[in-house]
Ligand binder design. Sequence first.
Ligand SMILES: [Zn+2]
Length: 451
Amino acid sequence: MSVDVDGEISSDGETVESPAPRAKRRRHAPLKVANQLSPKRRKEIEKALKKKSPTPKKWSRDSGQKNHIFARKRIKPGTIRQVEFNLLDVEIGESWPIPVTIVHGTRPGPVVTVLGAIHGNELVGPLALTYLCGPNFLGEDKDIDPSVFTGTLRIVPIVNLPGYRRQSRYITDGRDLNRNFPGRIDSNTTSRVANRIWNTLIEGSDHIVDLHTAAPGRTNMPQIRANLAHPRSNRIARAFGIEAILDTVGPKGSLRRTANEAKIGCITYEGGGSNEADPESVQVAIYGVLNVLRSLRMIPGYPSRPPFRLIASGSTWIRSDQGGLLDVLAPAGSFVEEGEIVATVTDPECPGESHNIHTPSRGLLIGTATHPFVTAGTPIGHLLPVVRGVKTLRKRLDIEGCLIICGSDGEPPWREDDDVEDIAIEGEWSGGSPDAEWGHQSGLDIEEESE
Ligand SMILES: [Zn+2]
């Protein structure tokens, strides 16, 4: 039994509120990093966040708002423009023009870029961003008003247009755009596309929200992936306002990792599966992007916050030990007990025989397989083992035992950041990083990676 900063662990492993510290908590405290993550990682994050980063001079109201230059176009303060940006710089042949909606506010402030479909078959991003570009940006019949907007928002519903058209994750040469940043102008097609995106859309951004889904054959409960030791990313990861944050640096060559190395805040949202329009994941994506903009004071209103955050520095893969056809019993988002049957495997060649797959520990199933074909070793579930905060978490389960994600059931009640309970998920990314798992059925996906 151990006692931690914000609560104590009761005999059944649950965190119970200790009454005294709560009243003493400071209001408007700096970003809270206690009671979460491994002590080593906690120290790294605390150290990174201690460095003061003053508001850039260019955001000062006194300096006045200047034109925003994008792809050689000049966008005046207080205007919205849709600009076509070519993924390839060619004189003849396909240049793949993609639409970019730019909202340039009247007051100076951060430049935020929101991206969908870097993987062409992940449609939650395009759906959420098409909605945001429409007439209901700030609620029913309240579209974007650039005259009360601070800073600059660039919305790119579909980045990987050639992949989107072919319903494919990849660029036409079979490479993964999200493994090729910052790219090179004299290299292969994907690398050239990555480089043009990097130079035009990424380098001029202060913050990036990159919207994804799980790769084919699986689905994700809405979650954020971010390097929490990167201050700007930490801020927007929390501001997004949902429960699960996975603290990872991201795969090599991914937009997130490369942007962080260039000191640009960048988070990945994962929700739902590819080639599908999961309405809950779309809704949570819209809610999260608006929260980030509110938190950066670019649009009016206060960001909404979840009742708790699971800050995960580790996860577990549940694998099938048998081959056959999978039937998933616990959908993504389920809270499961140790030993619970989450799926069964049957084999058409052995009718009547069925094997159960059990959870190794109590936790939240943040991703599951959707493709029924499994062999021994196929991952069928991505589990965040939960030790602390079980009581808090249980309060937010629906009748099926699934977590009700903040933002999926209307505007959540107002709460201060100090009232958000941080729950640590400690451990290792067993079997590699959370991004380096789940092989799927496309022969091209040699690296077996998601994000
Ligand atoms: Zn993706």
